[in-house]
Design a binder for this molecule. Structure first.
Ligand code: NAP
Length: 514
């Protein structure tokens, strides 16, 4: 029988529901999920473990505490690394098919529990239930994809340089992988790495973000239920205070072979430096600053739909979110008018579990202040606010449309990570490409055009790892995810994702006689 844990949260946000009385604005939202999935301890060597203290997990929409989670420190991190190292020697001996079957069972369990897993995301990260369900579908797709890819790891037999030799190139798992992930996709950023790692025969220690440990711990519960052996998948949740010391263990311990990180470029650089001393393999999925270019030949309705999806998904908090909108002179006013109308009709702020909501809060007040600061800076330098423009109570920010934006403004120089849509007007393709490429980041880029030659020219010229042509949402487990420049190293998903967790060993089989 399912037992339930009921955690009450209250919701009172004056400015999010303007014009309503206090009584009607008071809404109650409950995180009501299967108790087995609401785990609050660390998961090491197949056991749930406590720590000396706990840290709170809060609902970003209300600021109310929804759980207290074990605050693991360096000692627990070391214990997890040792456990993963021990488990590696048996896990790598499993046949690819055996690993594949277990990953598939894990996928099936995520699918079975998708509603509860989605609620956890909504309550700890703030996104709408529709988006949380989409994240679980995306997250589980990596377990499915890599359960299939596990059986397709091939080595090579190559032409020998002498007659008495045969040359083989073997693929072997690298060993223990430390996996450090952000809060904006608290489930998918884990499975995108761990699916590949486990398929390859590696074991992992996961450190989720302080804001969103519950999704990671629910994944651990389901990994256990799926029969993933003890020590193969470990989770050490910790507070932001403990993060540097836990991170140091995960990036420097000699038993760790690889560090796989998703998060900001600033943190990625710290981890790269830490991993350098013991020459670990690294995979880095870092920040973005995506351009979204609308050329005169674009289908305006499609471009508006793409802009809405790309900018406002997860309230603008995705690494592949469009951050700089470049719109050609001839189409600029028409595009901006239609975009404003779409924002008026499609965007509704509120708690993520309210079915009417399309825009949840930002993850915390700091994030909201960053967006507010970018808006203030842009306006002070001559930008015009066409929609929104204000930070509201807590961590809510009005979806904001700015025009007359120039390249010297903060919003065109920094990743925003919020619902701010700044539009820069341009005249020529060369000018748009120069602005788009004038960034140290190179994760995703988007453009709308119906000119075939221009589509090829611009795709090849954009300095990014992923291009959406007449598409605003492009992520899928079948395609490679990753960036160039300071947006990262390596690729996740696709047939390439598993390579990050494999070494190539050259076997020279000599002394053969004829
Ligand atoms: P972040 O501050 O870099 O945090 C990411 C993770 O790193 C969290 O678990 C964080 O722990 C941890 N961390 C921070 N400092 C650390 C340290 N010294 N040692 C070890 N771990 C440390 O990034 P964020 O603000 O959470 O996430 C947003 C950023 O991630 C954006 O820049 C976004 O573009 C990027 N992102 C990239 C991708 C991609 O695939 N390229 C995907 C999603 C997000 P705490 O939570 O405890 O601080």
């Amino acid at each position: 029988m399912r037992s339930f844990c009921l955690l009450r949260t209250r919701y009172l946000l004056h400015q999010v529901f303007p014009g309503q009385s206090i009584t009607t604005m008071q809404r109650k939202y409950s995180l009501n999920v299967c108790a087995q999935l609401l785990r609050t301890q660390g998961y090491i060597d197949g056991h749930w473990i406590s720590a000396a203290s706990t840290f709170p997990v809060v609902d970003p929409a209300t600021g109310e505490e929804i759980a207290k989670v074990a605050d693991c420190g360096p000692a627990e991190a070391k214990q997890a690394v040792d456990s993963a190292h021990k488990a590696f020697y048996t896990w790598k001996q499993y046949t690819a098919k055996e690993r594949s079957v277990l990953l598939r069972k894990w996928f099936d369990l995520l699918t079975l529990h998708k509603e509860d897993l989605a609620k956890l995301i909504t309550f700890e990260c703030g996104k709408t239930m529709k988006e949380s369900l989409a994240e679980i579908a995306y997250s589980s797709s990596f377990l499915e994809w890599f359960s299939e890819q596990a059986r397709r790891v091939y080595g090579d037999i190559v032409q020998p340089n002498t007659r008495d030799r045969r040359i083989l190139l073997l693929k072997q798992p690298v060993g223990v992988a430390s996996v450090i992930t952000p809060w904006n996709f608290p489930s998918a950023m884990i499975t995108r790495k761990v699916g590949a790692a486990l398929a390859a025969g590696c074991t992992v220690v996961v450190k989720p973000a302080e804001d969103t440990p519950l999704s990671a711990l629910a994944l651990a519960e389901l990994a256990g239920q799926a029969g993933i052996p003890a020590g193969v998948f470990n989770v050490v949740p910790c507070s932001r205070e403990k993060t540097p010391s836990v991170g140091e263990v995960l990036c420097t311990d000699p038993l760790v072979a690889m560090v796989s990180f998703t998060g900001s470029t600033a943190t990625g650089k710290i981890l790269l430096k830490q991993a350098a001393d013991t020459v670990k393999k690294t995979s880095m999925e870092l920040g973005g600053h995506a351009p979204f270019i609308v050329f005169d030949s674009a289908d305006v309705d499609k471009a508006v739909a793409g802009a809405m999806a790309s900018k406002f998904r997860n309230s603008g908090q995705t690494c592949v979110c469009s951050n700089r909108f470049l719109v050609q002179n001839g189409i600029h006013d028409h595009f901006v008018k239609k975009l404003g109308q779409a924002m008026d009709t499609e965007l509704r702020l509120g708690h993520g579990s309210d079915p009417n909501t399309t825009q949840g809060p930002l993850i915390n007040v700091r994030a909201a202040q960053k967006v507010e600061n970018q808006i203030t800076d842009a306006v002070s330098r001559g930008a015009t606010v066409l929609r929104g423009g204000k930070r509201l109570d807590g961590s809510f920010v009005q979806p904001t449309l700015l025009v007359d934006v120039t390249t010297d403004m903060l919003c065109t120089q920094q990743e925003t990570f919020g619902p701010l849509l700044p539009v820069i007007r341009f005249n020529t393709e060369e000018e748009a490409l120069a602005i788009a490429n004038a960034s140290q980041m190179g994760l995703a880029g988007y453009f709308y055009s119906q000119d075939i030659s221009q589509i090829w020219r611009v795709t090849e010229a954009l300095e990014v790892g992923m291009v959406g042509v007449n598409e605003g949402i492009i992520s899928t487990s079948e395609a490679s995810f990753g960036g160039v420049k300071q947006s990262g190293l390596g690729r996740e998903g696709s047939k390439y994702g598993i390579d990050e967790y494999l070494d190539v060993k050259y076997m020279c089989f000599g002394g053969l006689t004829h």
